[in-house]
Design a protein around this ligand. Sequence first.
Ligand SMILES: [Zn+2]
Ligand SMILES: [Zn+2]
Length: 336
Amino acid sequence: MRASVLTGPQTIELLERPVPETRPDEVLVRVGSVGVCGSDVHYYAHGRIGSMIVDGPLVLGHEVGGTIGAVGAAVDPRRVGERVALEPQRPCRRCRQCKTGHLNLCPEMEFFATPPIDGAFCDYVTLPEDFAHRVPDSLSDAASGLIEPLSVGIWANRKGGTAAGSRVFITGAGPIGAMVALSARAMGATETIVSDPVESRRQRITELASARTVDPVAGFDADEIEADVFLECSGSTPALLDGLKALRPGGAAVMVGHGDEQVTLPVQDIQVRELTLTGIFRYVDTWPTAISLAASGMVDLDALVTAQFGLDEVEAALNADADPMSMKSVVVVNGV
Ligand SMILES: [Zn+2]
Ligand SMILES: [Zn+2]
């Protein structure tokens, strides 16, 4: 099969690789479309994300929609031909985190496109069958792949406690900020306020997610926002501090973007206003919700695709994502 491989710093090569072997409890998926994620761009450009370091050839890509091509011995053969959205993770299922419902925190986790585990910029991937989720034919392969970043948005809002009538403040109007804003609305938020320094991105998020926007450079009165939930999607420390100010007493802040390693926080304010501050790492059990939101039309994932590339153009797709106006680039591996 063809595989687009990160073989060195900022070097992608299209190589021939054997089709992976399907274990008894797995499905073999013919990859249709793969969304480009900020983490793919980061591994390509910098060779690492924090302690996760690329130290050998690596296939990137983890936002995958495709079709089941074959199944392992323990899987119902009627699944062959099923269109699926991939939840790109293999937890151990045996450790304390897995046993208590926190599989995203499993220390033995094998996650697509996280070194040394290969991702999906290739013709075929294998996955435990219960992590290949059936999608209706109304969802395109591209939309099926974008169920993954939508899952991040759903998990962030669940963590923050977004509910009917919530006022949600979001910092960062990039792809993840957009997924978080769309999820907030779908989960009942009646007011979504998004902060971003780039005017064209503010305009776009207003159209996409009916959000009100503020400009953090011009400045805004954070105290007047009084949000129930604050979702930080930029990784910027000033944005994190703005958002804490924008919370009502008792509100919850969730760090979604990759921020600085060390930050000085207003701990007295967090204490006396009883704020909650936490983060998210990937997600647990979000695919059924995300697929329902996309299939029902509550979230239009195809509208987020700003560019399409072929499997021989992965490098161009990764570079396109550096443009601040790029929302989602997708690599069409096997078109229908
Ligand atoms: Zn991603
Ligand atoms: Zn585990």
